[in-house]
Ligand binder design. Structure first.
Ligand code: ADP
Ligand code: MG
Length: 699
């Protein structure tokens, strides 16, 4: 079937017409034949069996029976009336019952003619009865396309109201198969079909809509899921490979004095094996003549900063400048201080640029950037401003990637003639297969190991009614010299309320932990940056023992002496956020604790989140649960979710198929990037890109 026929507007399909076409468009996004053929059922009702009335069980679910109606009567009941038909086959009798649409049914049902009925048979008043059965004349049933496993299509209230019931949808798809004679062109190469023992496209489409049996249905599902994931991977991987061919990158082939000196004399600890591995991966990229686009993922505290720093030193050794962008001032500040300290007297010129840097200082930075004196620039979004121009930027690092959009990442590209190498770092661990789908255009390095000697954080869940005990615990820890975070949720829609919670909390803590024995800091988003920094600084220096804060401290802040994290209204946080917050403690030598405070009323999702936090410290495991609770689209925020708007595959459940699809896409592209030797795949791929509506994932 050539693709132009499939691009026919749906209004021309027999049985559709202008009204239905409009509803199909607005409710299901169906504009063309192609769209309708790709409307896949959510589930199936098994109609492969016919039951005899004598075989019915009191527990039976949906059953299909062939028989006749011998009489119909209306029965008065307390409220309204019901229509009751006596239905028989050669083994017994039962009742069919209607509460609605009685007039129409009474006028249209035929007596003593064989029907196939389908529905739930209930045991009621000593007999079986089936309310509102689906009915079809045996004669029609025999003539129609045999539907054994009945598909259930996605539906909406409006569709149902406009008369586009599941049955109608089904009929329209039947009609489509009749008009096109079901001759759908093959869209995968024979090589793949043979290797994976796939059924043909035409067979798959037929069996996804009208499966003859479970086995064929399974084959159809596999084939279509594979195809969907295969073409996504093909798109992502070819973008990545072509990018590497086209986008020249600066070659950092030298491992110079700075890198060596730092490694031999300044490194305060032995690198973990995972850190060594990712540095190797990065170095391979930097010396490959192509622009690096790499995602560095590693759980909180896994030591990404040192990897970033050593990568920057490579850039400087090769005569380039480097920048590091962080999502908040606090974080940028902390990176600046930390990196300065690590570098010591090694002789690298480094500066900090944030919104609160004064104009005069800013001018100096701009000047030194342009004349090349400044080698490393650390800062916030301020780095993206057009005024910030470099003499020779060779590397841009973005920390906590998920807070920046793709567009911002792209802005960094234009800061030099040839785009600088880009390294994005994220502490939100993404299950590997999901990362493959989301960031197929980035290469991925993973630090999957924490530095040695970390004591796992002890996490507990406590109810608000236990607050006194929790306060006593805080007191004891402070007596031992530790510091404590108390974090309040801050969610935009209810901002005013949240601030009240925060201030009430602060006051109650101030009452229980009075001056002069206890000093308390407070940090929230409404404070001026300078005030925030001042308060933060006091806590970092150990001048205050308690830090009351909102989630502004979620990312990056590093205070090794802080060993207790109290999270108030913990049920209101998402899992990955809870994990990020917990990551603020457990950074020093002492045993750390995370206490999740909630009320008694908890939803089942909240309970799952809390149990997961109590049960594990492993960010990857937490990400998996998060993914299951929230679905993949939500995990990364909206900008990437389009990629995951899948028609039939499920990125979590069909993980294995995704891996297979990726493997084959990679293999084919490695051998034949232009796809010249894979004409069927090339043709399909071109069609996919041209008609974006075929699968919705082409973004
Ligand atoms: P993150 O990956 O969350 O950004 P950081 O880079 O802030 O983690 O590192 C967390 C802490 O671990 C820092 O105090 C850092 O100095 C320390 N650290 C990093 N790598 C190692 C290592 N190999 N051995 C010991 N400590 C390390
Ligand atoms: Mg970090």
């Amino acid at each position: 079937m050539n693709s132009t026929v499939l691009q026919t507007p749906i209004v021309y399909l027999k049985g559709v017409g202008p009204n239905r076409a409009e509803t199909l468009q607005s409710e299901l996004g169906i504009h063309t034949y192609q769209d309708l053929i790709n409307l896949f059922p959510n589930r199936y009702i098994d109609k492969t069996q016919y039951y005899k009335i004598s075989q019915l069980q009191r527990t039976s679910s949906d059953v299909q029976i062939v028989g006749k109606i011998v009489n119909i009567k209306t029965v008065e009941q307390k409220k309204g009336k019901r229509l009751v038909a006596k239905f028989i086959d050669d083994t017994g009798e039962m009742e069919l019952v209607w509460f609605r649409g009685q007039k129409w049914i009474r006028e249209n049902l035929k007596l003593n003619i064989p029907y196939v009925i389908f529905g739930k048979a209930n045991w009621f008043n000593g007999t079986f009865s089936m309310p509102h059965p689906e009915m079809e004349l045996w004669e029609d049933h025999e003539k129609g396309l045999k539907i054994y496993m009945q598909p259930v299509y996605p539906s909406t209230e409006k569709l149902a109201n406009k008369g586009i019931t599941n049955r109608v949808t089904n009929k329209l798809i039947q009609q489509l198969f009749l008009e096109t004679k079901g001759r759908f062109t093959e869209t995968l190469s024979s090589g793949l079909i043979n290797e994976l023992s796939l059924i043909s496209k035409a067979e798959a489409l037929f069996n996804i809509h009208f499966p003859k049996n479970q086995e064929l249905l399974a084959k159809a599902q596999f084939r279509l899921k594979f195809e969907e994931l295969f073409y996504i991977q093909l798109q992502l991987i070819s973008k990545n490979l072509m990018h590497k061919q086209k986008i020249k990158g600066y070659n950092f082939d030298k491992v110079g004095t700075l890198f060596k000196t730092f490694y031999e004399q300044h490194l305060p600890f032995e690198l973990t094996n995972a850190q060594k591995r990712v540095i190797k991966e990065i170095r391979a990229d930097l010396g490959s003549n192509a622009q690096m686009n790499r995602l560095l993922q590693g759980d909180v505290g896994s030591g990404k900063t040192i990897v970033a720093l050593m990568t920057m030193l490579l850039a400087i050794d090769n005569g380039f400048q480097a920048c590091l962008m962080a999502p908040t001032e606090i974080l940028a500040n902390q990176h600046f201080m930390g990196i300065k300290e690590l570098l010591g007297d090694i002789g690298v010129n480094i500066a900090l640029l944030t919104g609160s840097v004064k104009k005069s200082a800013r001018r100096v930075i701009h000047e030194q950037l342009e004349n090349g004196e400044l080698q490393i620039l650390i800062g916030t979004h301020a780095l993206l401003e057009d005024k910030v121009a470099y003499k020779n930027l060779g590397l841009a690092i973005v920390d906590e990637q998920h807070r920046f959009g793709v567009a911002q990442r792209a802005k960094l590209w234009h800061k030099n003639d040839i785009p600088p190498h880009i390294l994005v770092m994220t502490a939100t661990p993404i299950p590997r297969t999901l990362a493959m789908s989301l960031y197929g255009d980035l290469d991925i390095s993973t630090i999957d190991e924490l530095p040695p000697g970390r004591k796992p954080i002890k996490t507990v869940h406590r109810y608000d009614s236990n607050r006194l005990k929790v306060f006593q615990f805080i007191r004891d820890e402070i007596k031992k010299g530790r510091q404590v975070y108390v974090v309040y949720p801050l969610i935009q829609e209810s901002e005013a309320l949240d601030y009240k919670d925060l201030m009430d909390g602060y006051e109650s803590i101030a009452r229980d932990f009075p001056l002069p024995d206890f000093q308390i800091s407070i940090v929230h988003g409404k404070m001026k940056p300078a005030d925030k920094d001042y308060e933060m600084e006091r806590f970092v220096k150990g001048e205050t023992q308690i830090m009351v804060a909102t989630t502004v401290i979620e990312v990056g802040v590093n205070v090794p002496n802080a060993s207790v994290m109290i999270i108030e209204s913990a049920e209101r946080f998402g899992l990955s956020q809870l994990h990020q917050l917990r990551g603020r403690v457990g950074r020093g030598a002492n045993q750390s604790f995370c206490i999740l405070m909630t009320g008694h009323k908890l939803s089942s999702d909240s309970k799952t989140r809390l149990e997961t936090m109590v049960g594990t410290n492993d960010g990857f495991q937490i990400a998996e649960v998060d993914l299951k609770l929230r679905g993949p689209g939500d995990l990364m925020g909206t900008q990437q979710s389009g990629v995951l708007n899948l028609k039939i595959a499920d990125i979590i459940k069909d993980n294995d198929i995704l891996k297979t699809a990726r493997y084959h896409a990679l293999k084919i592209l490695r051998e034949d990037i232009s796809l010249k030797r894979h004409p069927v795949i090339l043709h399909t791929y071109t069609q996919l890109v041209k008609y974006k509506n075929i699968w919705n994932y082409i973004s």
